[in-house]
Design a protein around this ligand. Structure first.
Ligand SMILES: C[S@@+](CC[C@H](N)C(=O)[O-])C[C@H]1O[C@@H](n2cnc3c(N)ncnc32)[C@H](O)[C@@H]1O
Length: 316
């Protein structure tokens, strides 16, 4: 496929499948990729749509009426790996030498995401942790299965009592891992920085009080010392936009931290799974260029609206 000049893509939101758009972007041009891909949970696969994601119940081969995130299908990981390998190979081609790739992941599929990124040629440099305490536990009790067993009532009650508190193996998930990968440098780190403007971290960036940048980020206040250094608050309604119905909006400050850590003003930040546009918003606020790709027209529109509401406009 013919690659177009990067300038044609800057500060645009493209509503399409990332796998179709990425091959059109020129090689060795983008400074940073920051993205939160779909997680392939419960057969949503790559056909992630708001309708499917919003639907509370999905069918599985074995158990009916389990909410999203509760079922286990080993093929999810394999499909995630194959699909993300294709995506990562394109991102590897598009990034400048030494360019960083931050990919959000999920605790259950982290290994597949990391292997896909590494097998595409990236060096895994770190794994940041984004911690929170507020999340719905997904574990499910077994009493309604016991209810359907052919047992006499006293035996049924006895079994229920014996298994009180025992649930499917899912604790409350309280973190999201963020893989930090890097395209290999062209020479040393310093040579790469001088040639391509990428490859080093800006260690003067701070969250909260004065401390060297760390790989732990908190979404809510947990404990005074931790909060002092790692706290990045959740997005407020004002920050997301009251019109923003996206289910997984990331905090602007989190994206800003990752951008400031890795690229200077004027750099180009790509998010191939833009959602409601947080990466683009953060890039623009920080005077970096963005390229956003989002398959869902409603979300692409929300992202455009959020960007329009930003004043003053920084590049026009
Ligand atoms: C986890 S969300 C990103 C949320 C985003 N970080 C935010 O703050 O709003 C992932 C997004 O990827 C989009 N998506 C899924 N498959 C895609 C594909 N093949 N190409 C482009 N976008 C896709 C989904 O519609 C969804 O909005």
């Amino acid at each position: 496929m013919q690659a177009n000049a990067l300038s044609e893509w800057l500060d645009r939101i493209i509503c399409a499948d990332a796998l179709e758009v990425l091959p059109q972007l020129p090689s060795d041009t983008v400074d940073l990729v920051l993205t939160d891909p779909p997680y392939f949970l419960d057969k949503l696969d790559n056909e992630w749509t708001p309708e499917r994601a919003a639907r509370r119940f999905y069918k599985s081969q074995t158990v009916f009426h389990l909410p999203p995130g509760m079922k286990f299908d080993p093929n999810q990981g394999r499909r995630m790996y194959e699909w993300y390998l294709d995506i990562s190979r394109e991102l590897f081609r598009i990034l400048k030498p030494g360019g960083f790739f931050f990919s959000f992941s999920s605790p259950r599929l982290l290994h597949r995401v990391a292997c896909a990124v590494e097998d595409a040629g990236f060096h895994i440099r770190d794994c940041f942790l984004w911690l929170y305490t507020q999340n719905q536990p997904k574990a499910m009790g077994v009493s309604h299965f016991i209810e359907r067993m052919p047992l006499e009532e006293p035996a049924r009650q006895q079994l229920k009592e014996r298994l009180r508190g025992w649930k499917t193996p899912q604790v409350k998930s309280c973190y999201e891992p963020i893989i930090v990968a890097q395209k290999p440098c062209d020479g040393t780190f310093l040579e790469n920085m001088l040639r391509h403007g990428t490859g080093l971290f800006n260690t003067e960036v701070r969250i909260g009080q004065n401390m060297f940048p760390a790989n732990v980020l908190l979404v809510e206040g947990i404990e005074e010392t931790l909060d002092k250094y790692f706290l990045i608050p959740k997005p407020s309604v004002e920050e997301r936009g009251a019109f923003n119905q996206h289910q997984t909006v990331k905090p602007l400050a989190l994206c800003e931290y990752l951008i400031r850590l890795t690229v200077p003003e004027g750099a180009v930040v790509l998010d191939p799974f833009l959602g409601s546009g947080t990466t683009a918003l953060a890039a623009r606020t920080l005077k970096r260029h963005y390229i956003g790709i989002e398959i869902n027209p409603e979300y692409a529109e929300i992202a455009r609206q959020r960007l329009q509401n930003l004043t003053p406009s920084l590049f026009e």
